[in-house]
Design a protein around this ligand. Structure first.
Ligand SMILES: [Zn+2]
Ligand SMILES: [Zn+2]
Length: 273
């Protein structure tokens, strides 16, 4: 296939691409792929919101239905072959560490083709209490739960990166924030898991980076990777946002890596000590 490429410097790889299956993204799978090719992206990882497989009849509002995982994985596996000459496609999921449902979710996802997981902890506890992680929070226990769950997730060895680790907008004391986020960063460092700097968007409501978090990551010496949390194909060709992200990080002494190693998920898994 001949798709004309733009020449503006842009991501080499993006590991955080969504699809419509999560019910809050738009565009076809092919539109994401062809937009990425046009933008000069060489590696395109899909990491749509994994289903929350559970045995209590809970239906999450922000992720694919359990029955769609097979379609997701098998459709992407076919597209991976079809576009192999133009771009490397990987099949991933963005998921949380929810202690009550994690094993059954991983067991289910591993039945179909899968290349990697990223941890994006959108809620604390098991999601069923609807305590979102991306809100203004002043209580230490809430921040501690967020960090504890990411740390426990990383220790399974199943995750290839931490998506938007700075998601929480903590309003409490700086020393409390530093203590818990240092734990998160040190765990990621020890396990060689990069932290994703979620590319901010200029003209849209989107996650704003918490630069104090990135100062902690810089001090700990974490690997950092840029992630375009694409919920519409056009986001993959926003070279300006990419350039601005590099500038923001450079201002804090961080040079992101261009690609990251992928840990192939498997079940059962063995938790690190
Ligand atoms: Zn999303
Ligand atoms: Zn995402």
């Amino acid at each position: 296939m001949m798709i004309e490429k733009t020449t503006a410097p842009h991501l080499t790889a993006n590991y955080h691409t969504h699809t419509t299956r999560c019910r809050h993204a738009s565009g076809s799978d092919r539109e994401y792929i062809e937009t990425a090719i046009r933008a000069g992206i060489k590696i395109l990882g899909f990491a749509d919101h994994a289903p929350l497989v559970n045995d209590i009849g809970f239906v999450s509002h922000m992720r694919m239905y359990t029955e769609l995982a097979e379609d997701y994985a098998c459709t992407l596996a076919a597209l991976k072959k079809e576009y192999a000459g133009d771009i490397d496609i990987y099949i991933g999921y963005e998921l949380e560490y929810y202690p009550q449902f994690f094993d059954m979710t991983v067991e289910y996802l591993c039945r179909f083709p899968v290349d990697y997981f990223i941890i994006g902890q959108h809620y604390i506890e098991n999601e069923t209490s609807y305590r979102h992680a991306g809100i203004k929070v002043a209580e230490e226990w809430y921040l501690r739960a967020y960090v504890d769950q990411i740390v426990a997730g990383l220790e399974t060895g199943l995750f290839s990166c931490v998506a938007h680790p700075d998601l929480m907008d903590f309003m409490g004391a700086d020393d409390v924030y530093d203590r818990h986020m240092t734990r998160l960063c040190e765990t990621a460092k020890r396990l060689s898991v990069p932290l994703e700097f979620n590319i901010p968007r200029r003209f849209a409501f989107w996650h704003e980076p918490v630069m104090h978090f990135w100062d902690i990551a810089r001090a700990v010496g974490n690997d950092v990777i840029l992630g375009c949390d694409a919920h519409e194909p056009g986001m993959l060709c926003e070279a300006d946002s990419y350039r601005e992200s590099l500038e923001i990080l450079a201002g804090h002494g961080i040079v992101p890596m261009e690609t990251m190693p992928l840990a192939k998920p498997h079940f059962p898994y063995r938790t690190h000590p």
